[in-house]
Write a protein that binds this ligand. Structure first.
Ligand SMILES: Cc1cc2nc3c(=O)[nH]c(=O)nc-3n(C[C@H](O)[C@H](O)[C@H](O)COP(=O)(O)OP(=O)(O)OC[C@H]3O[C@@H](n4cnc5c(N)ncnc54)[C@H](O)[C@@H]3O)c2cc1C
Length: 416
């Protein structure tokens, strides 16, 4: 039974806002305007400002609210689906190109956390993906082989070896030492914002953008909810799931549930402790926060929204409660040797997925001066970092094969 809990998102619950930014109270001209106030917008602002472009960020909410604060802060090579499942969708070459970008993104975020002086709770972690049932075991074995033959240090765990390292049963698992990392996403977005402003970017919070349009003289005009207008030579729309309304790409959205426990003192029966993804359905993921709490998330529901409403109408107050209880029970069942597992934060948030699980990045053929960054899914933080580099390269006209991987109009699903 979930006892003492708060519906506040964990990261904004434990952190005071490190800084506040003004809302837009005058008309502005700039070179690059970025719509959004999450990690993608802020990392883009950092890259563009450092490259010498006059950059403005316009975010509808306080900085970092939205998908970034709801994130679990896990950074892995796999997400909801494993690499083997990605290979089945887009082929091996593209998958390994994506993996290289994920590895670079983890390294770049690690460097940013160090540079900021905050650290942002960043730490390298091992990763485990496992199947408890026979059904997923073949996929896990293929995953091990794929990782091994592509230079990702990994061990294949059998039911027997796993029993020495974990208190929950598994048919098989793939364990990759040092392949992942954990960060506090709210501190990260603020650390990046601070560096971006030092590089000259101007950031406005609580400033929604209601219209983004090409206008005469080769400019983009952005109308803001504060009654003011920004004219820019180039715009990037990095507005989380809202970005889909303009560039498309979302295949489905769902409500994801998260439970964060009170801090625990030891992690008996949890090797590492490592980041964990289950291969069995319904898929869940587990991590440990910088202050030693266990975070478990998943059990997405496509029918019930994050406020517990069915089809946006009928209120099902028990829907979320059941999911939280299910997650807490799963945690207790997996780790009977860990003392004092008590849920402290529970919350539901909207999440989305593209067809292949990768982000949508770049321009539409018909729009020369507007780029999009739809970064969602369990690797969304890495996508934000990748977006910032690739969109800057596109803006500067550099040939870029990697950006093609995330093109809004990509159509290379492997035919089976
Ligand atoms: C439950 C959950 C768990 C997750 N876990 C992980 C994880 O463990 N690891 C990981 O890598 N990723 C994870 N993600 C994904 C990750 O959090 C996001 O993909 C990432 O933070 C994307 O950031 P963003 O800036 O693109 O979007 P967001 O953080 O959603 O920011 C978008 C911002 O745009 C603003 N906005 C929207 N419309 C407008 C407008 N018209 N004008 C101005 N501003 C606007 C919003 O207010 C918001 O602040 C998770 C997501 C969820 C929901």
């Amino acid at each position: 039974m979930v006892k003492k809990t708060t519906k506040a998102v964990y990261w904004t619950g434990v952190n005071e806002a490190p800084a506040q930014y003004p809302w837009l109270s005058q008309d502005l001209d700039c070179k690059v305007a970025i719509v959004g106030g999450g990690l993608t917008a802020v990392l883009c602002a950092l890259r563009f400002a450092r490259a010498g472009y006059d950059t403005v960020v316009l975010g509808a909410e306080p900085l970092g609210y939205g998908g970034t604060a709801a994130s679990s802060g896990m950074m892995c090579l796999d997400g909801d689906e494993c690499l083997t499942e990605l290979v089945d969708k887009i082929g091996a070459d593209r998958t390994m190109m994506a993996v290289k970008l994920f590895q670079e993104a983890i390294g770049n975020l690690e460097a940013l956390c160090k540079e900021s002086g905050d650290g942002c709770g960043f730490r390298r972690m091992d990763t485990l993906r496992y199947a408890q049932e026979r059904k997923g075991a073949d996929t896990i074995r293929r995953e091990f082989s794929l990782r091994l033959h592509n230079g990702i240090n990994s061990e294949l765990l059998s039911a027997h070896t796993a029993a020495e390292q974990f208190t929950f049963p598994m048919e098989t698992g793939v364990y990759s030492p040092g392949a992942g990392a954990q960060v506090d996403p709210y501190r990260l977005v603020h650390a990046a914002a601070s560096l971006a402003t030092q590089a000259g970017a101007r950031i406005y919070e609580n400033t929604g953008v209601s219209v983004v349009d090409h206008c005469e003289e080769g400019k983009v005009r952005l109308e803001c909810t504060t009654g003011h207008t920004v004219r820019a030579e180039y715009a990037i729309v990095a507005a989380g799931l809202e970005t889909d309304k303009q560039c498309g790409g979302l295949e489905r959205t769902a409500t994801a549930y998260t439970v964060v426990t009170e801090p625990v003192e030891d992690f008996s029966g949890w090797r590492g402790p490592c980041l964990i993804h289950t291969q069995d359905e319904p898929r869940v993921f587990l991590t440990v926060t910088p202050d030693n709490r266990i975070l478990i998330g998943g059990l997405g529901s496509a029918l019930v929204d994050e406020h517990g409403r069915l089809g946006g109408m009928l209120e099902l107050s028990s829907a979320g409660q059941k999911k939280y209880e299910q997650l807490e029970k799963q945690l207790r069942d997996m780790f009977p040797a860990i003392r004092g597992i008590t849920a402290d934060y529970v919350y539901a948030s909207r999440t989305g997925r593209t067809g292949d699980g990768l982000p949508v990045l770049g321009r539409l053929p018909e729009e020369e001066r507007i780029a999009y960054a739809l970064c969602c899914g369990e690797n969304g933080l890495l996508y934000s970092e990748i977006a910032s580099r690739l969109l800057l390269e596109q803006y500067e006209g550099k040939a870029n094969q990697e950006l093609g991987l995330f093109s809004p109009r990509r159509e290379w699903r492997v035919k089976h």
